[in-house]
Design a protein around this ligand. Structure first.
Ligand code: T3D
Length: 263
């Protein structure tokens, strides 16, 4: 097994990122954070990357923060978790959310603490049937982070979000789909094939349109109806001037698959 904490594979416009610390359930270290930041920088600067898949090696997706460095002696100096969030987790979530390309979490096993919420920050979450999601923070005396307190209530409603965060109960992949936390549960053996097939569709899709869809939906979480209608108008006006829209309509009438360029 490679020692690299993050494996990257790039194929046909799709960047696949695999958290690779299976012995510690792919929990997050500074080194892994820095590798993820590098990978995100690559996506931000390379227009030929059209979709991202995030998954985990071994039996877990990610068990959140690596707690081995968080053990304290009674009289030791406590760690500054605010610094950890400001330096690592918050930029990770902000940058994932702000990418112009769709992100897919392929949750192959347990996703706990920040691991669960990193998955929820992705656009589409596919989960293997055997996967589970745990808001583990309450078990170690912490509150939710990595955007969990933002994404969860919006996805499942306040009552369920409170239940999940206050009890730390594991949610099966099937329940997560039923609750609206994730997009789709798939058989364990079909997980990566399903995620890659969707990523390939995104990679062939209209980049400007896909970026706009993400943007308007993100904005809808804080806009009122008037603002949202204005945003839809402005977005549609801009997209309507793109080559990709012209190509999409042309391809429709010519009964062929459109070839989008992102222009
Ligand atoms: O600190 C900051 O920077 C603030 C930010 C915090 C963000 C957070 O994510 S806080 C929440 C941290 N995560 C957790 O509290 C989850 C801890 N892990 C678990 O509760 C359980 O491991 C799981 C429910 C995820 C899985 O349980 P199970 O029974 O399937 O596996 P296990 O036996 O507990 O774990 C297997 C191994 O992975 C084990 O090591 P060993 O005994 O085989 O050598 C275990 O210690 C290790 N492991 C699991 N999670 C972590 C971990 N090692 C370090 N850090 C972990 N988070």
């Amino acid at each position: 097994m490679s020692e690299e904490p993050l494996l990257t594979k790039r194929e046909n416009g799709v960047l696949e990122l695999t958290l690779n610390r299976p012995d510690a359930l792919n929990s997050m270290t500074e080194e892994l954070h820095l590798k993820l930041q590098d990978a995100i920088s690559q996506v931000e600067s390379d227009e030929t990357i059209r979709a991202v898949i995030l998954t985990g090696a071994g039996r877990a997706f990610c068990a959140g923060q690596d707690l081995s460095g968080r053990r304290q002696t009674i009289d030791g100096e406590p760690p500054d978790l605010g610094h950890s969030l400001e330096t690592y987790y918050n930029p990770l979530i902000r940058r994932l959310y702000a990418l112009r390309v769709p992100t897919i979490a392929a949750v192959n096993g347990v996703a706990a603490g920040a691991g669960a919420n990193i998955a929820l920050a992705c656009d589409l979450v596919f989960a293997a049937k055997s996967a589970k999601f745990i808001q583990a923070f309450c078990k170690i005396g912490l509150g939710p982070d990595s955007g969990g307190s933002y994404f969860l209530p919006r996805a499942v409603g306040l009552a369920k979000a409170k239940g999940l965060a206050l009890t730390g109960e594991a949610v099966s992949a099937e329940d997560a789909e039923r609750l609206g936390m994730i997009w789709q549960v798939v058989d364990d053996t079909a997980l990566m094939e399903t995620a890659r097939a969707q990523a390939a569709k995104f990679a062939d899709g209209p980049p400007l349109g896909l970026a706009a869809i993400r943007h308007v939906l993100h904005q809808s979480l804080s806009n009122d109806l008037d603002a949202q209608l204005d945003l839809e108008r402005d977005t549609q006006r801009e997209l309507g001037r793109s080559n990709d829209y012209r190509e999409g309509v042309l391809a429709f009438f010519e009964k062929r698959t459109p070839k989008f360029t992102g222009r």
